[in-house]
Design a protein around this ligand. Structure first.
Ligand SMILES: C[S@@+](CC[C@H](N)C(=O)[O-])C[C@H]1O[C@@H](n2cnc3c(N)ncnc32)[C@H](O)[C@@H]1O
Length: 364
């Protein structure tokens, strides 16, 4: 069954059961919140607040909500590749139940991300704090799984060169992005594309397949398409299926250079042994290396080791030993002299990758 870029109309529990094992790279799920609203809510000017009053958000009690949650999560675990990860978004109404179900099923939580809404709706009655965030749980299939996609470098770039944090400030979906029908919101909980963009850029690669079992207006599919990823969705309301398909079909993706949508990382570069720099005469035998502040120095040996203070070993081991540390990344620690200036030996590694491994784009 080809499930790529298809939207299924129906109940997710039934449709998930028909999807093959281990076929998707990522799950993004925005399930019913189970808001348990009892009274209508009005603004101070007496206009009614359109909350989530739809039938799909109603469950008889918390236990039934938990059982439903555990059932669809179990199916997602089966459908997810072993190296895949899952994101589930929710509010205080449901996220604790979701988190418990995930842990009960053996998912291993990697992070909880707080989506801070820069433009939240106030608490109109003034009886509680403004509810200004939602929580996203990001998890892998189990504790032992070491291989999963996390585009660390891309996230760092998105955050002006600093490690991306777990609090994301992103506005609610408003303005022209918000889909309307007869002047009213077409869906009560349409998520902002910026949120999905960050999720997908952080944890998928170009061409990956993303499953969203609660598709709504198709935000996941729309962003996946724009980022040259694939999607598969499930939605039980015909109206939302129609809206989502129209939305996704109207997106035109140009055959732009696909590499613009990739998230390369220094870690993905081919491995280059330090000795290769010596073999290719990028470094000379006997040439001195320095720490950035010149406190430490060593000389290059013919076999790709370096020597300092009567000891010989790898760039990492000698760097660590000189500093009295357990570990040291020698590629970052050591510098050589070029045209009167100290340059990191990592630069020679990049030169090697360009000249001998066909590396086209350098990440700086
Ligand atoms: C919170 S909304 C998702 C909104 C979506 N992320 C968006 O940006 O438009 C949850 C959606 O799941 C759908 N839904 C609820 N229960 C479902 C079920 N059992 N199977 C399939 N879809 C369901 C609802 O109709 C609703 O559109």
């Amino acid at each position: 069954m080809n499930i790529k870029n298809r939207l299924f109309l129906g109940d997710c529990l039934e449709i998930l059961g028909r999807l093959p094992d281990k076929c998707v790279d990522l799950v993004f799920a925005d399930p019913p919140y189970n808001l348990q609203l009892e009274n209508e809510l009005f603004r101070p000017n007496e206009t009614r607040v359109n909350g989530v009053e739809d039938q799909w958000d109603k469950f008889p009690n918390l236990e039934e909500y938990y059982n439903f949650t555990k059932s669809w999560l179990a199916e997602c675990k089966r459908i997810l590749k072993d190296s895949g990860t899952i994101w589930v978004i929710g509010t205080y109404h449901n996220i604790f139940s979701v988190g418990k179900a995930m842990q009960d099923l053996g998912f291993w939580i990697l992070n909880d991300i707080v989506w801070i809404k820069s433009n939240p709706m106030p608490n109109f009655r003034g009886v509680r704090f403004t509810n200004a965030h939602e929580t996203l749980i990001w998890a892998k299939k189990d504790k032992e799984q070491k291989q999963y996609t996390f585009n660390y470098q891309a996230m760092k770039m998105l955050n002006d060169g600093k490690q991306m944090r777990s609090d994301w400030v992103i506005p609610l979906c408003t303005g022209s992005e918000r889909i309307k029908l007869n002047g009213e919101k077409a869906h009560p909980t349409q998520k902002p594309e910026a949120l999905l963009r960050r999720v997908l850029l952080s944890s998928t690669k170009v061409g990956d397949l993303i499953l969203d079992p609660f598709f709504g207006t198709g935000t996941t599919g729309a962003v996946a398409k724009k980022l040259h990823r694939n999607w598969v969705g499930i939605e039980k309301e015909q109206l939302y299926v129609d809206i989502a398909l129209e939305r996704i079909n109207s997106i035109e993706v140009s055959e732009q250079d696909l590499s613009l949508f990739s998230t390369p990382s220094k870690r993905d570069r081919p491995r280059v042994p330090f000795s290769a720099l010596v073999e290719q005469d990028l470094l000379e035998i006997g040439e001195p290396l320095y720490s950035q502040d010149k406190t430490y120095s060593a000389v290059v040996c013919a076999d790709g080791t370096i020597q300092a203070g009567g000891r010989r070993g790898s760039i990492h081991k000698i760097g660590a030993w000189l500093q009295g540390k357990k570990t040291c990344n020698g590629w970052d620690f050591w510098y050589c002299r070029r045209e009167g200036k100290l340059v990191p030996i990592d630069r020679l590694r990049t030169q090697y990758l360009k000249e001998y491994c066909g590396l086209e784009t350098e990440i700086i």
